[in-house]
Write a protein that binds this ligand. Structure first.
Ligand code: SF4
Length: 192
């Protein structure tokens, strides 16, 4: 009998999968679809530890995350820095929804080629009061001239398409991940 080995084994057995979700440049609709799991969230909750998410008050992305669902495209410098940190600290990265997978709605500005007209339209042309460009540091992160899907910046382990993906599909993916399996979507997606 080896008490140290036994303790390590027990700790490993007790450890729940550490799961994160995050949004980059998107509309949060993919997370709304996640919320549509309703009572199935209660079923999943005891099987995992939600360590980082827009619905969790954790400020810094933690180390040693088992799986992360990332909504939205890479649209600004904050997104760019964060997705690199997430990739470094996450074993299994899911590109969550069409904006993450292709750029989708967030990338509709790409034909403009540069970000400046977006800022001008939003903060000058459409302003009712005090039109001015945001200039205070840290308030509005600088936009990238081209919006990028997540896999254009970091390697992705699974693409979960949909705008948004259905709650059933999200449930399947999370259920597989918390059981330590790689979700196989080949019979789950329909493009008809
Ligand atoms: Fe919103 Fe659709 Fe993009 Fe999800 S994929 S963030 S629902 S626009």
């Amino acid at each position: 009998m080896d008490p140290v080995a036994d303790t390590k084994k027990e700790t490993a057995e007790a450890r729940k999968p550490r799961v994160a979700t995050m949004w980059l440049g998107g509309c949060s609709g993919c997370h709304m679809s996640l919320m549509d799991l309703d009572e199935r969230l209660i079923e999943l909750a005891p099987k995992m530890e939600l360590v980082y998410s827009p619905v969790v008050d954790t400020k810094e992305y933690p180390e040693d995350v088992d799986a992360a669902l990332i909504e939205g495209a890479v649209a600004n410098w904050d997104n760019l820095e964060l997705i690199k940190v997430i990739r470094e600290r996450t074993k299994f990265l899911v590109s969550f929804g069409d904006c993450a997978v292709t750029g989708n709605v967030t990338a509709m500005r790409n034909p403009l080629r540069v970000a400046a007209p977006v800022i001008e339209r939003s903060y000058l042309d459409e302003a009712d009061l005090n039109p001015r460009r945001p200039s205070e540091p840290g308030i509005v992160p600088p936009l990238l001239d081209q919006v990028l899907p997540v896999h254009a910046v970091v390697p992705v382990d699974l693409f979960l398409p949909g705008c948004p993906p259905s709650a059933d599909l999200i449930y399947f993916v999370l259920s597989e991940l918390v059981e330590g399996r790689t979700p196989d979507l080949k019979d789950k997606l329909s493009y008809g």
